[in-house]
Write a protein that binds this ligand. Structure first.
Ligand code: DON
Length: 556
């Protein structure tokens, strides 16, 4: 429900409420995509919570205040570091295919992929993992009760908050999908139209769903009334969820991918995310070059060639590890990287079709969210959460306030066919009942003798290349403010082109790289929304930065 912009009184109350509770000592760092989510994290830390409680509070708050990016109807990966026993673990709350899903579900009678079904409406929605992950993190790693950590989100959902420009842009992008759902229109649109900037978005049903989660834990969402409403909404719209799908959903704990680039230890997302493997494969390829000594053009050429080869392996090998065998050891082996490196020429780009299988297509705009935390004890959380496209499938299950994801599009609908991010793949990432779709989300920790860093970003297939560029910037000695500002370019093997953000490459760079045989595509906007924090072991100082391309907030 949208309300007109209210008087300053409302914000005064909100401001006082927040500041009465927040007595920041800044013995921590938080960066998220929305100021109210950062505040929620700060509040929970100040109430005696640890980084994991703050992660629960922030994830839930983002579900309310950044509904385009993530939510209870979606999933994500939470990379955790517990300082007391040096545990590094990834909580996999990725959505999975409903049991009624099958390999050909997006093909029409002539065997062609229907490009809409996997991105919009009930058939595009995987079984949500985010609520189960929040319960799991709170119970296993938190210090505060789940109900306490969910409080800020419940407050924001009930009281409402003013919507910003980014929210409006995403609404415009998914206007049609949202209009198709009566419940979504009622919540997010103003009589079917895009609302005004700074109108107040109140989400009463979502507040009730969060309260059910707070009160009954996992069962509050995956069984009982909310589950019934979710299943009913999907069935009404032609999807195939059952109550069993929800009841059977389980969070998985997975060992992160760990590797090194020079003296930096890298801990990152493991399958069913491709993030950590693709990231480390690219870094392994680059590790034998002295990038700082290369001229700017050669340096960028080498980075692109490393990306091309690592994304090629993504398409060939990666999928849900519970369903496919992934040759992880091979892919992370330095000798394997040396073999790939030996195919790189300094004076020439390798056309992607010389690797294997080739097709041309487009990548599309999208949303998701990332946040990073380090608390006063040294616990860390890097979490990237998603409902895939902005506002997911566009479908809200009536009576729940829950916007369902369209994460099914991250599967391969047909070998060789491209998904919404232009990614290709094969059988490893084909649709199977109960399988998790391959992700590119790359929540990452970095550590060397001097510093600890936590970072990540949304951005679909470009997530991994953004994190890669940020790590190369870290390796130069720069801090969070610099990583989040790095100009972005990307290559994902197919389409065979360097995609770059607005002003991401200069005309001179394009001309010189084109002479090496590279092709280009420019985005009309700057992409990504990186959230990064750092702890300097020597100076004992925390620092943080939120991507200037977004509307987030970092502290200190
Ligand atoms: O899991 C994935 O790789 C995608 N669903 C992430 C989507 C995304 O980052 C969209 N953001 N801009």
């Amino acid at each position: 429900m949208l309300k007109k912009r209210t008087s300053c009184f409302f914000f005064l109350i909100l401001f006082c409420w927040q500041n009465q509770i927040f007595a920041s000592q800044n013995q921590f760092a938080i960066a998220t995509a929305h100021p109210l989510a950062t505040k929620a994290g700060e509040q929970i830390l100040n109430q005696g919570g640890n980084a994991f409680d703050a992660a629960v509070a922030i994830s839930a708050a983002l579900a309310v205040v950044e509904p385009a990016g993530s939510g209870l109807g979606g999933g994500g990966f939470w990379l955790l570091h517990r300082e007391q026993d040096s545990l590094d673990i990834m909580v996999d709350g990725r959505e999975r295919a409903p049991f009624a899903a099958h390999r050909n579900m997006y093909l029409d009678s002539s065997g062609k992929v229907n490009k809409t079904l996997s991105k919009t409406g009930a058939l595009s929605a995987g079984i949500p993992g985010l609520p189960a992950a929040l319960v799991h993190i709170a119970e296993k790693y938190g210090q505060l009760p789940l109900a306490v950590s969910l409080q800020p989100a419940i407050y924001y959902a009930k009281q409402g908050f003013p919507i910003g420009e980014r929210h409006l842009r995403m609404l415009a992008f998914r206007h049609k999908a949202l209009k198709n759902s009566a419940a979504a229109s009622q919540i997010f649109l103003d009589n079917g139209a895009i609302p005004k900037l700074e109108s107040i978005l109140v989400q009463t049903d979502l507040a009730n769903t969060l309260e059910a989660l707070a009160k009954y834990g996992k069962n509050g969402f995956y069984e009982g009334k909310i589950a019934d409403l979710l299943v009913q909404a999907v069935l009404n719209e032609g999807g195939g969820w059952s109550k069993h799908d929800l009841k059977a959903y389980q969070v998985k704990e997975r060992a992160p991918i760990i590797g090194r680039y020079r003296n930096i230890k890298i801990t990152s997302a493991s399958p069913p995310s491709s993030g950590g493997i693709v990231l480390l494969e690219a870094l392994n390829i680059l590790s034998a070059y002295n990038l700082e000594k290369q001229d700017n053009i050669t340096r960028k050429h080498l980075i692109v060639e490393a990306m091309r080869r690592a994304y090629h392996d993504r398409a060939r090998y990666l999928g849900d590890p519970d369903f496919v065998d992934i040759p992880i050891q091979q892919l992370l082996d330095l000798n394997y990287a040396a073999g790939l490196r030996s195919t790189i020429r300094l004076d020439k780009a390798l056309p992607s079709h010389y690797l294997t299988g080739w097709q041309e297509n487009e990548t599309k705009g999208s949303d998701t969210t990332h946040f990073s935390i380090i608390d006063q004890h040294g616990n860390r959380v890097a979490a990237t959460l998603s409902i895939n496209f902005p506002f997911g499938s566009g479908l809200v299950a009536a009576g729940t306030g829950v916007l369902l994801n369209d994460e099914m599009d991250d599967f391969v609908s047909q070998p060789g066919d491209m998904n919404g991010y232009g990614l290709v793949g094969g059988m490893a990432n084909s649709i199977e009942p109960g399988k998790r779709m391959l992700s590119s989300m790359t929540p990452t920790f970095l550590e060397d003798n001097q510093r600890i860093a936590v970072l990540g970003t949304p951005g679909g297939s470009r997530i991994i290349s953004m994190v890669l560029l940020a790590i190369l910037d870290y390796a130069k000695g720069n801090g969070p403010e610099s990583w989040v500002q790095v100009k972005r370019f990307h290559h994902q093997y197919i389409p065979d082109q360097i995609l770059y953000e607005k002003n991401g490459l200069t005309e001179h760079e394009i001309k010189m790289l084109a002479e090496l045989g590279h092709h280009f595509k420019q985005k009309s906007y700057q992409y990504g929304n990186m959230q990064a924090v750092q702890y300097n072991k020597k100076t004992k100082q925390f620092s943080a930065a939120s991507d200037p391309r977004g509307e987030g907030m970092a502290m200190p």
